[in-house]
Design a protein around this ligand. Structure first.
Ligand SMILES: Cc1cc2nc3c(=O)[nH]c(=O)nc-3n(C[C@H](O)[C@H](O)[C@H](O)COP(=O)(O)OP(=O)(O)OC[C@H]3O[C@@H](n4cnc5c(N)ncnc54)[C@H](O)[C@@H]3O)c2cc1C
Length: 431
């Protein structure tokens, strides 16, 4: 467990408890178990505890929130400031129930998330691109201060943490089974919230091994695949020599009918960058994935031809000079197979407006920022409870939704956790 931040709030006073609506534990208290100590699990524990339940949070690793810390290394996008209706359109996934999703996000939306961070003493700001980030604490923009304060507050609120407990399944009599060192331990529960994450960055603990456990329990899980990740293609050696690591700036990228603007980078194995991350769902839906690049999205073919003027030879070099193409784009035009030899300005301008690149597939899920796939929506009821395992709720990245980076992933983790924990509080096992 990371040590607590020196500026963290100290033990909660009864007034603070009242303000935070923490119900005292009652004798007939409900015991809610949360498994997985990422942001979704921590939030579910918080909501369940404040609702009056006794809460135990189990985590496979020695400390909680490891991926949350990794996410904060390059500036934590906690949520996004986009208007609610636009915000909702960022989410996709097979069978995503639109009405329920609206209810889930509205139940704890981006404003709620910013207020929640503020309660922890972490103020946020909106970046130029609309992303919401925590203001630096002690000059650092990482997620560490927020996580430390959050863990301390959960401990103060009597959430019990059990780390180095790897969930292995559910035995007869609905007992949860954990691997703890060489031992197998069993625990009872009234309701359980599974918050085991996806399968990207497995060294943080989110290794997707829960898929096998749930499948054995009869739950349908769509395979976990990389999302918000690069895509692979075969580059000729000459192209890599000329352009590996170079940016392709200010382009529009198409995957079928979907498109996205921004910058890509040519890598040894293919393409990286925000536009291709955003088009992941459309690419994954294609039998033969391919992208089409418009390198000059603000100019029509006619305008480009006029700027090009009369050229008889050295088309790539002249296009680079007269149309101000970047080095990477020129390398693509020069070395991509089945293009050229260029014989007219029309021919090369058409390629600049519509450069087709067949893709082999996404990068491995372990490298991705997030994973798509997970527990299918058909398995879940309106409270995010597994229909065939009453009392077992699912939250966070382990559900089959997908979203781009920029704060939408964490927001969905917080929202689903809030929704399911509230439903778990309301749920009672039938005697
Ligand atoms: C490099 C990187 C940068 C990112 N940046 C951002 C960003 O800026 N904004 C954003 O919105 N999102 C970002 N994300 C994504 C975001 O971190 C995840 O979507 C989020 O952490 C998922 O939360 P979760 O609680 O569902 O799962 P996780 O955070 O993955 O937590 C799951 C927890 O469950 C535990 N666990 C797994 N299996 C078991 C088991 N069998 N038994 C017990 N415990 C288990 C794991 O150890 C882990 O602690 C980033 C991700 C990466 C990798």
């Amino acid at each position: 467990m990371p040590p607590c931040h020196p500026n963290s709030p100290t033990i909660l006073t009864s007034q603070t408890r009242q303000r935070l609506h923490i119900h005292p534990m009652s004798k007939a208290e409900q015991h809610i178990v949360v498994i997985g100590g990422g942001p979704a699990g921590l939030r579910a524990a918080e909501v369940a505890r404040r609702g009056g339940a006794r809460v135990t949070l189990f985590e496979g690793q020695r400390s909680v929130g490891r991926k949350f810390l990794v996410a904060g290394k390059s500036g934590l996008n906690l949520t996004h400031s986009e208007e609610f209706e636009d915000f909702l359109t960022r989410y996709s996934g097979p069978g995503l129930p639109k009405d329920l999703w609206r209810e889930v996000i509205a139940g704890f939306d981006s404003k709620d998330l910013r207020e929640w961070a503020s309660e922890l003493g972490i103020e946020t700001f909106v970046s130029g691109a609309g992303k919401v980030l925590p203001l630096p604490v002690d000059g650092r923009m990482r997620s560490t201060p927020l996580l430390r304060r959050w863990i301390l507050r959960l401990r103060d609120e009597d959430v019990e943490f059990k780390t180095e407990h790897i969930w292995k399944g559910m035995g007869p009599g609905r007992q949860l089974q954990f691997q703890c060192g060489d031992e197998t331990r069993s625990y009872d529960f009234d309701a359980v919230v599974l918050a085991l994450g996806g399968a990207s960055w497995p060294r943080t603990g989110s290794d997707g091994t829960w898929v096998e456990v749930l499948v054995k329990l009869g739950v349908q899980v769509a395979p976990l695949v990389g999302s918000n990740c690069g895509w692979e293609c075969d580059w000729p050696a000459a192209l890599l020599e000329a352009a590996e690591g170079l940016p392709l700036k200010n382009l529009r990228l198409y995957a079928g009918d979907c498109s996205s603007r921004g910058e890509l980078v040519i890598t040894r194995y293919g393409l990286e960058g925000a536009p291709i991350y955003r088009l992941g769902p459309a690419l994954r839906a294609m039998d033969k994935p391919e992208v089409v690049i418009d390198f000059k999205p603000d100019q029509s073919t006619q305008q480009l031809l006029e700027r090009f003027g009369r050229v008889q030879r050295n088309f790539v070099r002249e296009a680079r000079r007269r149309l101000k193409l970047d080095v990477g784009t020129a390398a693509l035009l020069g070395y991509l197979p089945d293009r050229g030899p260029w014989r007219s300005t029309e021919q090369i301008v058409n390629e600049i407006k519509q450069c087709r690149i067949p893709l082999k597939g996404p990068r491995p899920v372990a490298e991705a920022i997030s994973s798509a796939g997970g527990v299918t929506w058909a398995e879940l009821d309106a409270g995010l409870m597994l229909k065939n395992l009453p009392g077992v709720f699912v939250v966070g990245e382990m559900i089959d939704w997908d979203a781009p980076t920029g704060g939408f992933l964490l927001q969905a983790c917080f929202s689903t956790a809030t929704h399911a924990a509230r439903a778990a509080l309301a749920w009672q096992l039938e005697a």
